[in-house]
Ligand binder design. Structure first.
Ligand code: MN
Length: 487
């Protein structure tokens, strides 16, 4: 399935044929040039001059699965009552690019003909008004279309739209239910389907065990060879690794058969299994599947969605959990990890396969897992919670660092980071916002992208960044509560 974005240029029929021909020619040139710089092609569709033309192209955009979003721009003036019928039916993400064909005001050349043709400065305002009047969620990007910064922002918005489609088509396979008594991993699955499109359903762990028993030794040989080529084997318990391969193959078959792109399980329900899937879950995440531990289907779906927004639609994003803090003054940082399941897409260097005893759960044998350090760099952690009546996405900016200690006895993958605005204020804000201990950590998306995603999905968004204060955040949360009760 091809993935493209449509460029719809607004105009009207008062300008005469010459002007309109020039607009169409330039629009085509801009779409062609932009496509070379963007991760997905931008297809010039039409210079729209009437209500029916706009309605037609938007209907076509709604029904064409290859169209992931529309980008509009007004080279000339385009009276926006013409846009009402079309925009009121729009079902695809919408970006308004407020740009102009020329970079500079041409001192010598400027005359009334130039003014007639180059009216974006006021054409885009007329266009903006109607979308605001109609309360339309959309992205507005302003700047010169050849500016690399502008192109970067369009590229990021396109990636958000990939995440929107991943969400709309998301199916989550739950092996068993939620970890007993845990609140934040629960949620309204009906609401999630209405808001996000997610189909979240349960399969018995026994069904997985049955599927595992059908996996052949040859299939395991093949996957074992793949593990060997990607990772360092730092254990002599080869059987434990082969058992994880069996688990991975069986889970992948079940998910692919049911069109699932994400899964959740819980250590409390390993009925008939010798090991909690560790390496198996990690290698599935490396292939783009989302994962949530302890039955956490929300973080699982979000991880798959955020991964799909990254490079090659499987970026450096991972299921994560805040584990412990380093509270020493001036050196404050967080240590994130999980019992086993952190995606190796965020690893610095080659992960090692190790086996260790896991006391929690019903593991008869020591589960094999990938052990590594996360890479350094700017990142975010994101948590989706169910507030009862609405979903809230909380995003915090972080700076991942090279771990300041070796932690030679910690038998799991780990990431160390400095949270914004600082560790303790960040913790206070996170707790006040109700953020979960499970998150998706991503080096590929930023708060702006997740805010864009939340706007398209029509859910609440809370950002904790370098300028966030507890006082300001409390006020925002209180106002949000009122606002979302009215919505
Ligand atoms: Mn957990």
């Amino acid at each position: 399935m091809k993935k493209e974005f449509w460029f719809i240029v607004g105009s009207q029929d008062l300008y005469g044929e010459e002007v309109l021909k020039t607009v169409a020619k330039r629009a085509q040139e801009m779409a062609t040039e932009l496509s070379k710089a963007l991760p997905y092609p931008l297809i010039y569709k039409v210079t729209a001059m009437s209500n029916s033309q706009i309605t037609d192209v938007i209907k076509e955009a709604n029904y064409d699965d290859s169209c992931y979003g529309i980008i509009t721009w007004c080279h000339t003036f385009s009276p926006s009552k013409m846009w009402i019928n079309g925009l009121s039916g729009l079902q695809k993400p919408f970006c308004h690019l407020a740009t102009q064909y020329n970079l500079e005001i041409p001192n010598e050349e400027i005359d009334m003909d130039f003014m007639n043709l180059n009216q974006a400065a006021h054409g885009d305002r007329e266009h903006g008004f109607i979308a605001t009047r109609m309360r339309m969620p959309r992205k507005v990007i302003a700047g010169y279309w050849k500016d690399p910064e502008v192109r970067k922002r369009i590229a990021k918005w396109m990636r958000v739209c990939i995440g929107v489609r991943t969400s709309e088509t998301m199916r989550v396979m739950r092996f068993g239910d939620n970890m007993r008594e845990v609140a934040v991993t629960e949620g309204d699955k009906v609401e999630a389907q209405i808001k996000f499109g997610w189909q979240v359903n349960t399969w018995a762990t026994g069904d997985l065990v049955k599927e595992m028993s059908k996996v052949s030794e040859a299939e395991i040989d093949e996957l074992f060879a793949e593990y060997k080529s990607k990772y360092d084997i730092a254990t002599d318990k080869i059987d434990a690794i082969r058992y994880q391969a069996r688990e991975e193959i069986a889970m992948k078959k079940m998910m692919d058969r049911n069109g699932c792109k994400a899964f959740a399980n819980t250590f409390q329900d390993l009925y008939g299994m010798e090991q909690l899937p560790g390496l198996a879950s990690q290698h599935l995440m490396a292939q783009g599947y989302g994962y949530g531990a302890e039955g956490d289907w929300k973080v699982s779906a979000m991880t798959a969605i955020i991964k799909s927004m990254g490079e090659k639609e499987n970026g450096a994003s991972a299921f994560m959990e805040d584990y412990t803090y380093h509270l020493a003054k001036g050196k404050e940082c967080s240590l994130g990890a999980h019992m086993l399941e952190v995606c190796p897409s965020i690893a610095e260097g080659k992960p090692r396969i190790e086996t260790h005893h896991l006391g929690i759960g019903m593991n008869a044998k020591d589960p094999a897992r990938l052990v590594f350090e996360g890479k350094a760099g700017k990142a975010v952690v994101a948590s989706l919670i169910d507030m009862g009546g609405r979903m809230r996405l909380i995003v915090q900016d972080i700076e991942a660092i090279k771990p300041i200690m070796e932690m030679p006895n910690l038998p799991v993958a780990r990431v160390m980071w400095k949270a914004m605005p600082n560790l303790t204020t960040g913790v206070e804000c996170w707790i006040l916002a109700g953020g979960a201990h499970h998150t998706t950590l991503s080096y590929d998306v930023d708060a702006e992208m997740l805010s864009d995603w939340a706007r398209i999905m029509d859910i609440e968004f809370v950002h904790i960044g370098k300028d966030t204060t507890v006082e300001g955040l409390e006020k925002e949360l209180m106002l949000n509560d009122l606002l979302w009760k009215l919505k």
